[in-house]
Design a protein around this ligand. Structure first.
Ligand code: TRP
Length: 338
């Protein structure tokens, strides 16, 4: 069916840390890998978004490379997927400007992520970039006219804004954008902090012992699993309200092995937390060890990795530049002479 184009999926992830963690992987990027089979995928590193809060310019470039290497090590295949860096395509910032002009101030300000992130130091000192962050995200998406956008639950509101802006543009000018649908996997959408299972595992909110980085030393990750907070009885059972710590470990266990939660609960019936955590620690080590090796191999050949990203950017540009040209034409901009 070579002449039947596959529907597209698109997603992005920020290069804000030295490694992805289990929350990023199990909650989001793992799904990207399977989507490659049935869709035409566009996956990118959202480095423009990463500067909406203070960042370290000495680290950003390397973190971008490490993020790309990890995506490939996870199974994103650069032959099938366009994998690229957001800042390599000026079209993203250009469409964002157009959409900025279509978004009301109140609409941007109502976004819960903006409210959360600006609450710490007060709205007055948050960057305007933090305010317009979801509008740039809308541009990222709409440029590629994807059918689905796989993201975590926390991004749902940004997807709604994206659809609103697409509709507004289509209505005000001419039908140009496809309305994308969020693709949110419920079961694994939330991996919790190992030390504080009331909170999500996150780079900004978790202590080092609450978070497992994919590039951590495997023995360190094993130790973190063994010292994860559980509760005072010793029954391995899935109960998010009463036993959030154990339930979180069951989720991780199930996600890494493909075994169902029920199967795991049965297998650990009558055994204590020690056995359960010990086995999960092994599962984690078996997963992260080859993953780290592959990532490091990819990083050793920096030229090759950069070539892959160049190739990805070319594939992306072929689509993005056409969409932007349509947008400019519909807005009535004077066409530049060739
Ligand atoms: N905001 C997303 C996050 O933090 C990252 C992102 C940026 C994104 N642009 C996107 C995700 C476009 C999906 C589509 O997870």
């Amino acid at each position: 069916m070579a002449d039947q184009p596959l529907p597209r999926v698109l997603s992005g992830i920020q290069p804000t840390a030295d490694s992805f963690h289990f929350g990023n992987y199990l909650g989001a990027t793992r799904q990207w890998v399977t989507l490659q089979d049935e869709f035409e995928p566009f996956f990118f590193i959202a480095d423009l978004h990463a500067i909406s809060v203070e960042h370290d310019p000495k680290k950003l470039g390397e973190r971008t490379r490490v993020a790309a290497a990890q995506l490939i090590a996870m199974g994103i295949d650069p032959e099938r997927s366009a994998i690229f860096v957001q800042s390599h395509l000026p079209e993203h910032a250009e469409l964002a400007w157009v959409l900025n002009s279509l978004t009301s101030f109140g609409e941007a300000r109502r976004m819960t992520q903006f409210k959360d992130k600006s609450a710490k130091d007060g709205e007055g000192s948050a960057s305007v970039g933090l305010l317009t962050y979801p509008i740039l995200q809308a541009a990222d998406i709409l440029l590629y006219r994807p059918q689905y956008v796989p993201v975590g639950e926390d991004q749902r509101q940004h997807l709604e804004l994206t659809r609103d802006l697409a509709q507004r543009f289509n209505h005000r000018y001419k039908k140009t954008f496809r309305l994308p649908e969020p693709f949110i996997l419920k079961e694994t959408a939330k991996i919790l902090d190992l030390q504080n299972p009331a909170k999500k595992m996150s780079k900004s909110g978790s202590s080092p012992s609450g978070i497992i980085d994919l590039l951590d030393e495997p023995t360190v990750s094993a130790k973190k699993i063994r010292s994860a907070v559980t509760d005072s009885d010793s029954v391995v059972r899935f109960d998010e309200a009463e036993k959030p710590g154990v339930s979180n470990l069951l989720t991780i266990y199930s996600a890494l092995t493909g075994r169902t939660i029920e199967d795991l609960v049965t297998a650990y019936d009558g055994k204590g937390y020690g056995d359960f955590k010990g086995d999960l620690a092994e599962v984690v080590v078996e997963f992260v060890t080859p993953f780290r090796d592959r990532t490091h191999e990819l990083l050793e050949d920096g030229d090759r990795l950069d070539a892959v990203l160049h190739h990805g950017a070319e594939k992306a540009r072929a689509v993005a530049s056409r969409t932007l040209a349509d947008v400019y034409e519909r807005l009535g901009f004077l066409k530049a002479r060739d």
